[in-house]
Write a new protein. Structure first.
Length: 191
């Protein structure tokens, strides 16, 4: 059953590669948001490097964003970029040219040397550049914002649950829930 296999892989990825990361909820969520945004831009071949650079620049967690670059692959490029191109064309008041988009897709999934593929992709992208980038930026920004808040909420809730039910220490950068804070009335040295 491929569906169950994929669902299990996604669940394990979320739990062990996002929720268990030893970093603050903000940095984890920001890393996912950056990875989501860049994964939806037409920067195939450079997405992982761009994600690491943006995460370093914005002080986000690099490790959680990089795997999101794999969202866009030869199987998912046509529907993702097709929708982004259509949306961008609508936003610009132009028309959706299926023939030009098919040329872009053919170049994106073409086999050959990296240099040949990138050159063909670049040439094909110019025919649909502005609508594709505008639609990709709009969709990427929307999903990045949603991802940020969803991941931040999930990390905080998951850590609170683990602290309450497993009695374990919280990862670095997190405060335990309010009811678990140490007693503030203890004498401090030097007073």
């Amino acid at each position: 059953m491929p569906y169950r296999y994929v669902a299990r892989k996604i669940k394990n990825f979320v739990i062990y590669r996002i929720l268990h990361v030893d970093d603050t909820p903000h940095r984890i969520a920001l890393g996912v948001a950056i990875g989501m945004f860049i994964a939806l831009t037409p920067t195939v071949g450079f997405q992982m490097g761009l994600t690491v650079a943006a995460a370093a620049l914005l002080r986000a967690n690099k490790a959680v964003g990089v795997p999101l670059a794999w969202i866009t692959n030869p199987v998912t490029i046509p529907p993702i970029y097709g929708f982004n191109y259509w949306l961008g064309a609508k936003m610009l008041g132009g028309r959706y040219d299926l023939h030009q988009f098919k040329g872009f897709i053919a170049a994106a999934i073409k086999e050959g040397s990296l240099l040949e593929r990138l050159q063909d992709l670049w040439n094909a992208m110019w025919t649909i550049f502005w609508p594709l980038w505008l639609g990709s930026a709009a969709v990427g920004l929307l999903l990045a914002v949603i991802s940020y808040f969803a991941v931040r909420y999930a990390v905080v809730r998951y850590r609170r649950f683990r602290h309450e039910h497993h009695g374990g220490a919280t990862p670095a950068g997190n405060q335990p829930p309010a009811e678990a804070k140490p007693d503030q009335t203890q004498d401090t040295p030097g007073r």
